[in-house]
Design a protein around this ligand. Structure first.
Ligand code: ADP
Ligand code: MG
Length: 152
């Protein structure tokens, strides 16, 4: 599914909608170049999980944990040079848990991501304007079928 949005608020609104639908144990992979809006998507996503703290990118800490309707693990693996580094922090214990996990730059640790996951890719649309983004959503696994409920 492809959704074109105009403006950061629309990206956050889509994040919030998906955050309101996710279930315990869900794994969301976020990809897209620097500055496309991954962290802003997570800000909305957290709101959908009833997390009202300010979300900032855990670029240096790799993971931030939050409590809402469900627990949220927010990863940013941009600075991870080798997937072994992230295995070492107990990545599997984080993602195979009752928490929801969302991972910025998931493409850097492809081999650690389970096939059954929700994948969101954000791209700039310079031909349309600075604040336009194309948000591509797909998934593997019946558990993510709620995505079909999104009709924007
Ligand atoms: P990333 O985490 O992908 O590096 P950020 O969310 O940190 O990106 O930053 C995205 C930047 O792009 C912000 O400055 C934001 O205001 C701007 N922006 C403009 N339009 C959008 C949009 N439609 N969605 C998300 N961010 C947008
Ligand atoms: Mg970011």
């Amino acid at each position: 599914m492809d959704i074109t949005v105009n403006g950061v608020e629309s990206t956050m609104a889509l994040g919030e909608k998906i955050g309101s639908l996710v279930n315990s144990g869900d794994i969301v992979c976020l990809t897209g170049d620097l500055g496309t809006g991954k962290t802003h998507f997570v800000k909305g996503f957290a709101k959908g999980l009833e997390i009202f703290e300010n979300i900032t990118s855990p670029t240096f800490t790799i993971v931030n944990e939050y409590d809402g309707r469900l627990k949220l693990n927010h990863f940013d693996v941009y600075r991870v040079d080798d997937p072994d580094e992230i295995s070492a922090i107990g990545f599997d214990e984080y993602i195979f848990s009752s928490a929801v996990s969302i991972i910025e730059w998931a493409n850097y640790i492809e081999e650690l991501i389970p096939a059954e996951s929700l994948r969101i890719h954000i791209e700039k649309q310079p031909a349309l304007g600075d604040d336009f983004r194309k948000i591509h959503i797909d998934y593997t696994g019946e558990r993510y079928g709620y995505i079909k409920e999104i009709n924007i």
